[in-house]
Write a protein that binds this ligand. Structure first.
Ligand code: NAD
Length: 428
C-alpha cells in the first residue's frame, strides 16, 4: 500500500465497483461515490447491483468495510486518490457524450485540495484528460502537476473472464507530469499484480484503449463479412477459422455473430471517429467496421425469414423466441446488446415474440426457460448463456422447436439436424 491511504471511486458500475472492492481488499480506506441512490443503498446493504457471482460475494463480505455515498462532500475532500469510473456513452447521433466525466470533474473541483491524485479510468477520446478534465479541475484555482496530479489509466476489465481479472491485467498510465505518472504507477502497483507501463502522456494512454477496442471491432467486422460471403458460397466459416488457427503466427481468430454489444466495442470507435474529425481526419476503416457489425442483427433476422419462407411461413404471426438479452455469455449486461435490435426488428415485422434471459431480465415476457421453450416454435439464440448451451438438445425437439438461428454458432449443428430441427448459424 502506498503512503496515501484514502481512496474515492466515482461511479460504482461494472468498472468502479470491482475496483472499489479490490482497493478495500488491499487495505485502503475506500469511499464509493455514485449519483444513483438505489445502487448506493444496495451496496450499503451488502448487495451487488451487478449480477456477477464474484462481485456478489465481495460486496457481501465487504459490507462494513466499503463506504458508499451519494454526497461528494463525504467522499472527495478526505481522499488522497480519486478515481473516475463514470460512463462514456454516445448520443443518438453517435457523438461522444462526456457529460458524466464533466460532472464528476465538477464534483471533484469543488473540494479539490493540495496533493490529491486524480485518475480518469473511463474510456475517452484522446485529449479529454487534458482538454476537458484539466480545465474543470483548475476552476478550483489549483494547478495540475504542482498542486494536484492528474492521470489517465484506461480500464480493461472483462466481466466474466476468469483468467484475466482486475488483479492481473496489465495497465498503461499517462499523466501530464512525470510525478503524476509515478504516483499513479505506485498506486496501481499496490493493488494489482501485473505490468504497469507509463506512456508519454494522457493522450497516448487514452488512444491505447480506443485502439484496442477498435482493433477488436474491426476484426469482428472482418470475420462477420467473411461469414456472410462464405455462407453464399456454401463454406462453413467455423471450419475455416479452425483451419486458419493452425497457423502459428500472423492469424488471430475472431468469431462471427449476430452483433456486437456492451458499453465498449460498439461505442469506443465512435469516440475516435468523432474525435479525429477535429483534425480533419476521416476514419473510413472504423466507420465501415461499425456499419458491418451494426448490420448483423438484421442479417440474423434475414436468415430466419429465409428458413421460414422455405416452410411457406413468414415472421408475421409466427411464435418466435429470442433467447438472451445480455451481450455476452453468463453476464447481466444488456447495454448496446444486438438482441435489443433483433427484438425491435422482429416486433416491427409482427412476430409473436417470447423473450427470455436468465440474467438480464428487463425484457423477459415469459416466466421461465421452460415457458420460453413451450411458447416458441422458432428460436433466435442471441446469447450463448450456459443454460442454453448445456441444454439437452432433445428438449428442443420435445418442445416443438422447428428452426434455430444460432447467433453465436455455439450449438451442435449436426445433432440439431439429426433431430430434424432446421439449423442456421452465422456463416455456418
Ligand atoms: N463495462 C466494462 O466492461 C468496461 C470495461 C472497460 C472500460 N469501461 C469504461 O469504463 C467506464 C465506466 O463503465 P461502466 O461499465 O462501469 O459504467 P456503468 O454505467 O456500469 O457505471 C457507471 C456508474 O457511474 C455512475 N455515475 C454517473 N455519473 C456520475 C457522477 N457524476 N458521479 C458519480 N457517479 C456517477 C452511474 O450511476 C453508474 O453507477 C466507461 O467509460 C466504459 O467505457 C467499461
Amino acid at each position: 500500500m502506498i503512503a496515501k491511504k484514502k481512496v474515492c471511486i466515482i461511479g460504482l458500475g461494472y468498472v468502479g465497483l470491482p475496483l472499489a472492492c479490490l482497493c478495500a481488499r488491499k487495505g485502503y480506506d475506500v469511499t464509493g461515490l455514485d449519483i444513483n441512490k438505489k445502487i448506493v443503498e444496495q451496496i450499503r446493504a451488502g448487495i451487488s447491483p451487478i449480477k456477477d457471482a464474484f462481485l456478489q460475494k465481495e460486496v457481501r463480505s465487504l459490507k462494513n468495510k466499503l463506504k458508499v455515498t451519494i454526497e461528494a462532500s463525504e467522499a472527495i475532500p478526505s481522499a488522497d486518490v480519486i478515481i473516475i469510473c463514470v460512463p462514456t456513452p454516445v448520443d443518438n447521433k453517435f457523438h461522444p457524450n462526456l457529460k458524466y466525466v464533466e460532472a464528476a470533474g465538477q464534483s471533484i473541483a469543488k473540494y479539490l485540495r493540495h496533493g490529491q491524485l486524480i485518475v480518469l479510468e473511463s474510456t475517452v477520446n484522446p485529449g479529454t484528460t487534458e482538454d476537458t478534465l484539466k480545465p474543470i479541475m483548475e476552476q478550483s484555482g489549483l494547478k495540475t502537476g504542482t498542486d494536484f496530479h492528474l492521470a489517465h489509466c484506461p480500464e480493461r476489465i472483462d466481466l466474466g473472464n476468469k483468467k484475466w481479472t482486475l488483479r492481473n491485467i496489465p495497465r498503461v498510465i499517462g499523466s501530464t507530469t512525470t510525478k503524476g505518472a509515478l504516483l499513479a504507477k505506485m498506486f496501481y502497483a499496490s493493488i494489482i499484480d501485473a505490468e504497469i507501463l507509463m506512456l508519454k502522456g494522457p493522450k497516448e494512454a487514452e488512444a491505447t484503449k480506443i485502439m484496442e477496442n477498435s482493433f477488436r471491432d474491426i476484426n469482428i467486422a472482418f470475420i462477420n463479412e467473411m461469414a456472410k460471403s462464405f455462407d453464399k458460397a456454401g463454406i462453413d466459416i467455423t471450419e475455416v477459422i479452425k483451419g486458419a488457427s493452425t497457423k502459428p503466427f500472423a492469424f488471430l481468430p475472431h468469431y462471427p455473430g449476430c452483433g456486437v454489444g456492451g458499453h465498449c466495442i460498439p461505442v469506443d470507435p465512435y469516440y475516435l471517429i468523432e474525435g479525429a474529425k477535429k483534425f480533419h481526419f476521416e476514419h473510413k476503416f472504423l466507420e465501415l467496421a461499425r456499419k458491418i457489425n451494426e448490420s448483423m442483427p438484421e442479417y440474423t433476422i434475414s436468415l430466419l425469414a429465409e428458413e421460414l419462407n422455405n416452410l411457406g411461413k413468414s415472421i408475421k404471426g409466427s411464435n418466435i423466441g429470442v433467447y438472451g438479452i445480455a451481450y455476452k455469455k453468463d453476464v447481466d449486461d444488456a447495454r448496446e446488446s444486438p438482441s435489443l435490435e433483433i427484438i425491435r426488428l422482429l416486433e416491427e415485422k409482427g412476430a409473436n415474440l417470447s423473450i427470455y434471459d436468465p440474467y438480464a431480465k428487463s425484457k423477459n415476457n415469459v416466466a421461465s426457460f421452460g415457458d420460453f421453450l413451450k411458447k416458441s416454435n422458432y428460436i433466435v439464440l442471441a446469447t450463448n448463456h450456459t443454460e442454453f448451451t448445456t441444454l439437452k438438445l432433445r428438449k428442443l425437439k420435445e418442445n416443438g422447436i422447428k428452426i434455430i438461428i444460432d447467433g453465436r454458432n455455439c450449438l451442435d449443428k449436426e445433432k440439431m439436424q439429426s433431430l430434424g430441427i432446421i439449423y442456421k448459424g452465422i456463416g455456418r
